[in-house]
Structures are given as C-alpha cells and as structure tokens.
Design a protein around this ligand. Structure first.
Ligand code: GLC
Length: 415
C-alpha cells in the first residue's frame, strides 16, 4: 500500500515551518549588512556610476582591478560573533549589475576578476559552520544589463534565474532582500524600474518553494506586498517616519531597520562621520522596543576588509550585548507600552521584564507593573529597592546611569 500524504497535512506543515521561520527571524534581532562590490574601488559610495554618470565602458575598467587580497570569510564570521550579530545580508548584486557570486548567467561577475573566487560560497561555508544565517541583497534595478533597457521579458527571466541560483547554490539561506523597485519614486528610465511587470508574485513563489525557511523583504518603500514576509525600514525606525509607508501596515509583519555606521552603504573613503557605539546601541534598543530587527551596515574596502572604525564600533556593540543580550535576543516589546524614558521588553514565558532606561530619571522611576517584583541591574546584579503600590512599581535608582548607552533593569515578577 502506498502512503499518500493528505494535501491539508502538507500545507499545514508548510505553514508551521513558515511560522517557525518568522519566529526565528524575529528572535535574531541583530544582523550585519554588507554592501561591497566593484563600486568600492573608487571609494565614493555604491551610487558612483549613476551620480557621476560614468558610461558603462568606463565603469567596466573596475572589475579588472578587483583584487581584494584581504577578503576572508572567516574574519567576517568572527566579526559577527564579536558583534553579537546573528545573520548577514550580503550584497550579491547591486544597482551596477555586477555580481558578487559565481552566476552562470553573465560574465559581469566576481569570478571573472583577478580575485577569481566566489565570496558568497566562502561566506556560506564560514557562516554555516557557526550556525550564523546568510541572506542575500539583490538589486532588481540594473544599470548595465542590456536587457534591462531593451528586452524586458528577457531581463525578468535573467533576474529570476539569478534569484534561483542564489536559492539553490549556497545551501539554506535566511532571507532574500530585494531593492531597486521604487514604485513611489517614478524617476526616468534607464535608471529606475520600467518596462512592465516585475512578476514579483512568481518570484516570491519560487523563493518560498526553493527555500521554505527564507523570508522575503523588498525595500520598495510602500506597504508590504503579497508574498513578502517582513517589512523593512531604511535609516529609520519603524513608525518613526512614515513618509512613503503605509503606517497601518507597520507591525503586521516582522520588521527590520537597516542603518549605516557612517552615511554610506558602500565604502566611501571621504566619509568619516561614524556613529558612536552609544548611538548604535541606542538605535538597536529602539528597534527592539519597536519589535524590529536591526541590520547594521558595513561597506568593506576594495581590499575586502571591514574598515577599522566600523570593526571597532561593532565590537563595542558586541561587548554591550555580552552583558545585556538577555534583554535583546528573542525579546519582544511589552507588556508595558513605550515610556518617555525608554522601553520595556521581555522574553515570552520568562517571568522577567527588562527596563531599557535610555533617558535617566532624576530621582525614582515608576513603571505601571502590577504585583510585587524584585529588581536588579542586568550589568552587575546590583539590587534596586522597589515599592509596589496601586498597580505600579517604583524603583530607587542610583543618581547617575551605570551605563550611558542604555541601563537595563531586570524586574522579576513575584508569582
Ligand atoms: C538604497 C540604495 C542602495 C542601498 C540600499 C540599502 O536602496 O539605493 O544603494 O544599498 O538602500 O538599504
């Protein structure tokens, strides 16, 4: 007798797997974004070709110079561990169309440069060894592929073919992060999407079929479209600046904010305006307080190194997370809503609440938490005196904040 699995079982198994993937994504909370390509060579950001109107023939002089002798996938995985980052979104193809993976669909790719290696394959291996998750940034917009301007169906087949490669050649992936389709910004061709349908529904089905645990996000700056699994925000906290976003859709899907350490995604030699570790930690905490992941970007140098100023900052955030990670990973906001001084988060089923105090109160702090509880600083276990009264707890805090970025107080509720 042959065993036939009822159709309903398959779909409920798929749904279960999807819900687990969504939970996993929300639990990760902190990832590394890597914007790297031949555009890193001039060192003026990843938009250099468009901004300086560099003709393709001229831009084509860059790949023969791509020889990042210091690229080391293990070093990236080490850095992620030191920074406390659980996933990476790597730039597989940016707007310039140049591919940082060994695609069979074009020669405009990394394995045709003096470097000759496939950084995506190397990263997939290094991250997998440490149970870190790899996902791909992929630009739908393409400034150099001839079909993008001349043969739309051929271009759609090309980009879908590349997404298929990314979903089949590098093991299990965590996400596909699309960019370059901006319906709210109808700017003139050839630099912005035009020429008809992107066939996104079909693309999304393909990704979900090939990689059932991968989530799909699209940086299109409009509310989430059907088939997308998370909503992303660029240089912005969810709900903070809703221009271009459907505010009502915020929170319907898992959220992710992406942020640059300085002002650029790709390497910019002249941009020294790096955010401080304190600013980065506070942005991360504000993300968690809004139930969002933070995808923090680095733009590696043409040699393949993460610039030292960024390494230093990522490590500092990691040092903070080693002490306070319990109040970040797997955390959700609540049950108390955002407060003027900061956020309350918790791990579901844990019986503890974490108060993230971003603005230190001058005296005591009263939090609307009913019942008795005990409190201590998460950083050094110092006890904090509490008085519970009329559905709220009042904490007697030290005069100055023990942690200038974010002091976390752990409240343990008495059952
Ligand atoms: C924007 C930019 C792109 C950058 C991306 C990251 O879409 O066009 O260059 O990589 O944001 O969020």
């Amino acid at each position: 007798m042959t065993f036939m699995r009822p159709v309903e079982d398959t779909s409920s198994a798929l749904l279960k797997a999807h819900l687990l993937a969504v939970k996993r994504f929300r639990d990760l909370r902190f990832g590394l974004f890597v914007n790297w390509g031949v555009y890193s060579i001039p060192g003026r950001g990843e938009w250099v070709m468009h901004q300086e109107q560099i003709p393709t023939a001229e831009y084509a002089k860059l790949p023969p110079q791509f020889a990042p002798s210091r690229f080391d996938a293990e070093a990236y995985a080490d850095l992620m561990e030191a920074a406390g980052q659980k996933y990476m979104v790597f730039d597989a193809k940016h707007h310039d169309g140049f591919c940082l993976f060994d695609t069979a669909l074009t020669d405009w790719k990394v394995t045709r440069t003096p470097f000759g290696r496939d950084p995506v394959a190397e990263l997939a291996q290094a991250l997998c060894k440490r149970s870190l998750i790899l996902g791909f940034y992929y630009s739908l917009l393409d400034w150099t592929h001839p079909a993008y301007r001349n043969d739309w169906p051929a271009y759609v087949a090309y980009y879908q073919g590349q997404i298929r490669e990314l979903c089949t050649k590098y093991g299990e992936i965590g996400m596909i992060w699309l960019d370059g389709y901006w319906p709210a910004h109808p700017l003139p061709a050839p630099h912005f999407g035009e020429g008809g349908s992107w066939q996104l529904a079909e693309t999304y089905d393909m990704i979900h079929t090939l990689q059932p645990n991968a989530l799909i996000g699209n940086n299109h700056h409009v509310g989430p479209l059907k088939g997308e699994d998370f909503q992303m925000f660029e240089q912005d906290l969810p709900g903070e600046n809703t221009a271009g976003f459907n505010a009502e859709s915020v929170g319907a899907l898992p959220l992710e904010s992406c942020l640059t350490v300085n002002g650029n995604w790709g390497y910019h030699a002249g941009d020294h305006n790096h955010k401080s570790p304190r600013e980065l930690i506070r942005f991360l905490v504000q993300c968690i307080g809004r139930d969002s992941n933070l995808l923090l970007n680095v733009g590696p140098t043409p040699d393949g190194d993460v610039q030292p100023e960024h390494v230093e900052r990522l490590r500092a955030v990691g040092d903070w997370l080693r002490i306070n990670g319990e109040a970040v990973y797997e955390n959700r906001p609540g049950p108390v809503p955002p407060q003027p001084w900061g956020y309350v988060t918790h791990r579901p089923d844990d019986g503890r609440l974490f108060l993230h105090i971003l603005d230190w109160p001058s005296a005591s702090l009263t939090v609307p938490v009913p019942g008795d509880c005990s409190a201590r600083l998460l950083c050094d276990a110092t006890r904090i005196a509490t008085v519970s009264r009329e559905g709220a707890v009042t904490l007697s805090l030290p005069r100055t904040p023990p942690d200038k970025a974010d002091t976390v107080v752990e409240l343990t509720l008495t059952p």
